[in-house]
Design a protein around this ligand. Sequence first.
Ligand code: HEM
Ligand code: HEM
Length: 181
Amino acid sequence: MAAGNVAAGKGKAAVCAACHGTDGNSLSDAFPKLAGQHEGYIVKQLMEFKSGARQNALMAPMVANLTEQDMADLGAYFASQKTAPGAVSEELLAAGEQIYRGGNKETGVPACMACHGPNGNGIPAADWPKLSGQYSSYIETQLHAFAKGERNNSPNGMMADIASKMSDAEIKAVSAYVFGL
Ligand code: HEM
Ligand code: HEM
């Protein structure tokens, strides 16, 4: 498959703007930011929304007619956009940072930064997603969905395994922390 084309993706992204913003900075935390997310990760998610491996009532109709080339172009466009960290309440920061950087040895939660990077930028070559600047409520929803087995968690079920070991308080704290990264 050819790599995505940013200019072609920009045109195709017009239909995404109502929820994800023209540049992937969604206007509401009801919708995840796509700005700066890695192309390969975006393509993977779009393919999974299309196959039904990842289910969402709003995204399913959006991907029904997308070709793999459309997905690559959209991924390249959103990956080329920038986002900024959000403002985080001080009280959650320390607990969130502890989980993100050190995990929880007692319960077997690994450090998030091992896969999502010290700055929350993910690992582009592996299609491991950037989390920095992402809305806390979206992160929180995804962690609960992984824990309950409601979100597909390839490869190797790693996020389901991790999230199911986290307490609600840990999920809340780490979700706040990454919004500010
Ligand atoms: C999630 C892309 C249009 C609502 C996502 C994700 C991607 C994406 C890649 C996953 C983000 C992640 O895993 O971090 C697109 C593209 C669109 C589009 C390329 C245009 C072709 C829309 C529209 C809506 C919408 C128009 C609202 C009607 C959502 C919601 C989620 C989501 C609610 C979160 C799903 C969940 O909680 O699992 N979108 N989107 N999207 N999108 Fe879109
Ligand atoms: C996806 C959080 C640790 C690998 C995600 C997502 C979140 C998240 C919120 C969904 C991103 C989105 O929808 O945009 C966390 C937190 C961690 C953690 C809070 C620490 C407690 C790890 C570790 C690994 C990992 C240690 C690797 C062993 C992945 C992968 C995905 C992912 C591969 C993408 C799954 C997919 O393609 O659907 N993580 N993560 N994460 N995480 Fe983590």
